[in-house]
Design a protein around this ligand. Structure first.
Ligand code: IVH
Length: 667
């Protein structure tokens, strides 16, 4: 194939793939097999690789995700992305209707739409070509997530007409994709997403578009933000026009002539919402006529011509089959209801929290009871109440144990607490939970060491305390099930790396009562070394902002035991860092492009010393390390950068020069 032929073939493939994608993802009516689609996509990708002169940013090949970004640019919306006022009852809807009719008269028609529970985005097209996609942000300024949005196959890269317009819609993750993603996360021992909305938002906030590309996201477009050279008279007409341009439109909307009809629609969907393949959290009601919309105008925050009716949290009835008791890190015994699996708000629920013994008694929960459960955003839902009227006599009383289910020592109820506790410091369940906490993301953050592996190590008695993690040996690990050479080496490397963590991670990881991640950081900044915290008196601790009496006394108590002193000495001998490394953080930095990024500095810098650069990056939440590896996110290459730069290029890691660094630091 010569160049001209390749160019032609590329064009044909692009058109076909967009057409196939349109039928599959927008119309839900595939016209070719998945295999054929994948085959053509592969052909396109290899042709573009061979003939890079034809690469184009609206080629369907961008759907697989391009290179990672260093950060998201901020963008200003041409017209603000407002939010909606809420209605929670029929009365609220009638009040809305009354206000509308007072303003524009009785000739009003509404469009009712499903309120998709995802993430609001804006898509800007110039002459039919997608040029920018952004998050809502604070409504005025959002973030440019074009690269991620382009991976969503239901978002057209080119429209069927060369119009210039901005549209708004809701990007979301279908329930099935969400279940699959969480299953995969569970198997990998990673933290699960609480709901499809968080999963969608999390996916679109990834700097690496390849991740978003794998997340099976979709979109429904529901509004025109602005448009050039076309008159549109009603919302309904606007939506129909968007459909003809190739956008994915939700087909469940309804044109309603009265508020009674609107209320009928909300009740209908409150019941039917479970049947949908995506989550909705309410209904959006919009005045249909655009001239009436204009007359009604806006309040400071939201339009007067629209309102969001919010569904109450979904409640379902199921059977409580058993109660499981777990022993937490601090010895608290928590009862969890094991339920007959049931669908709630789109996901399968098998467990519900019962909190503590008092809760069980107050709600009069018995084994075998029919219970009402509710999901309020959490992974583990709650038992709302028991349907005692459905009892048939076969239900059994549940009594809390008097002894720890893990170590059999007697349980106690500490003064002023509702929880039952195991106070045996040697309790294996507590030790195991403590280890899981120690390696977790906000603590030492040891890659590849999740709950499953910790349990395995614990069962094989390879770790009994946190110091043992740093004594693990290759030979012993290789004998474990599912532990190949590669995974053992990776694990050991990950463990080794965390020896360099700054003090606050260790401090939080130790699991001192009342010391959360934030307090750990404050303590680390304030005292600098673990010895100084260990020697601090209650008064000295309380003198620190944010440290109260309860926490101070807990810290003093923790460090006063000989076991703890021994443990710290052991960690020190093993080479674990016990000092604070980061610079004092700039107040208010919660989102920065360096947050949790691993950066390597190499070569000679002119405007800053290396230490200054390091300090600044760390103050913005980044981690500066000495060598380039797969895990490096960014390399800053100064003058005469040598082997590290070469390695970064080999590994395809993003490289900046000093100018770029300064520009970002100054912004
Ligand atoms: S219209 C100015 N229509 O709900 C009116 N919003 O506060 C703009 N949403 O974050 C919103 N489905 O992202 C509209 N069919 C729909 C919607 C919808 C979901 C979201 C939207 C916004 C929130 C409203």
């Amino acid at each position: 194939m010569d160049k001209a032929e390749a160019g032609k073939r590329i064009e044909v493939l692009r058109q076909q793939l967009e057409e196939y994608g349109y039928h599959y993802y927008v119309l839900d009516k595939p016209i070719v097999s998945d295999a054929e689609y994948d085959k053509q996509m592969q052909e396109l990708i290899s042709l573009e690789a061979e003939y890079p002169e034809f690469i184009s940013d609206d080629s369907p090949s961008v759907r697989v995700g391009g290179e990672p970004l260093p950060f998201f640019e901020k963008v200003e919306h041409r017209t603000p992305m407002l939010s909606l006022g809420n209605a929670f009852s029929e009365q609220d809807l009638r009040d809305f209707d009354r206000r509308v009719r007072q303003a524009v008269g009785d000739e009003v028609a509404y469009t009712c739409e499903l309120k998709i529970d995802g993430l609001a985005v804006s898509l800007l097209y110039e002459e039919g070509k997608l040029v920018r996609g952004a998050t809502r942000g604070d409504g005025t300024i959002g973030e440019d997530i074009t690269a991620n949005l382009k991976t969503i196959p239901a978002i057209p890269l080119r429209l069927k007409e060369d119009v210039t317009l901005e549209v708004r819609g809701e990007a979301f993750m279908p329930k099935r994709s969400f279940d699959q993603l969480n299953l995969a996360k569970e198997q990998a021992g990673e933290e699960k997403f609480a709901n499809p909305r968080n999963a969608a938002a999390g996916s679109l906030r990834q700097l690496d578009p390849k991740i978003a590309a794998k997340r099976n996201l979709s979109i429904f477009v529901y509004a025109i933000g602005s448009i050039e050279g076309k008159e549109i008279h009603s919302h309904y007409e606007g939506i129909n026009y968007l459909r003809t341009l190739g956008f994915k439109i939700n087909e469940e909307s309804k044109h309603c002539e009265s508020i009674d009809e609107v209320i009928g629609y909300t009740t209908e969907w409150l019941e039917k919402r479970g049947e949908l393949s995506y989550d909705i959290d309410g209904i959006v009601i919009k005045v249909d006529s655009l001239s009436q919309q204009k007359e009604l105008g806006f309040t400071a925050k939201s339009p007067r011509w629209a309102i969001a009716y919010k569904f109450p949290a979904e409640e379902v009835v199921t059977i409580l089959e058993d109660i499981e008791l777990s022993v937490g890190r601090t010895g608290v015994i928590t009862p969890t209801a094991l339920l007959k699996p049931v669908q709630v708000a789109g996901t399968t629920v098998k467990r519900a929290s019962l909190h503590n013994e008092d809760f069980i008694r107050e709600k009069d929960v018995k084994l075998g009871d029919s219970v009402v459960i509710k999901k309020a955003g959490d992974i583990i839902p709650e038992v709302v109440n028991v349907l005692t009227e459905l009892r048939d006599g076969s239900e059994r009383e549940f009594t809390m144990p008097t002894h720890c289910p893990a170590c059999e020592s007697e349980l106690v109820r500490l003064e002023g607490e509702v929880a039952l506790r195991c106070i045996n410091p040697q309790c294996p369940a507590q030790i195991r939970e403590g280890l899981i906490h120690f390696v977790s993301r906000n603590a030492m953050n040891i890659d590849g060491l999740g709950e499953k592996v910790i349990s395995q190590l614990f069962e094989h008695q390879l770790v009994r305390n946190v110091a043992d993690i740093y004594k693990l040996e290759r030979e012993a690990l290789l004998k474990l099930e599912r532990m190949g050479e590669k995974s053992v080496d990776n694990l050991l490397e990950a463990i080794e790396k965390t020896k360099q963590n700054s003090l606050e991670r260790l401090l939080f990881g130790l699991g001192i009562r009342f010391v959360g991640a934030k307090a750990a950081k404050t303590l680390a900044i304030e005292f600098g070394t673990i010895e100084r915290i260990q020697q601090a008196t209650e008064e000295e601790l309380i003198a620190v902002n944010e440290i109260g009496e309860k926490m101070a006394s807990s810290i003093v108590r923790y460090f006063s035991t000989p076991e703890v002193s021994e443990l710290l000495e052991e960690l020190k001998q093993l080479g674990v860092n016990l000092t604070y490394k980061g610079a004092a953080p700039i107040a208010g930095v919660t989102e920065s492009l360096f947050l949790d990024k691993t950066v390597v500095l190499t070569g000679k810098l002119h405007q800053l010393t290396r230490d200054e650069a390091k300090e600044k990056i760390e103050a913005l939440g980044g981690k500066v390390t000495g060598s380039v590896s797969k895990k490096t996110d960014l390399v800053i290459a100064g003058e005469d950068a040598g082997s590290k730069l070469k390695k970064a290029e080999q590994l395809n890691i993003l490289v900046w020069d000093e100018e770029q660094l300064l520009e970002v630091l100054h912004s």
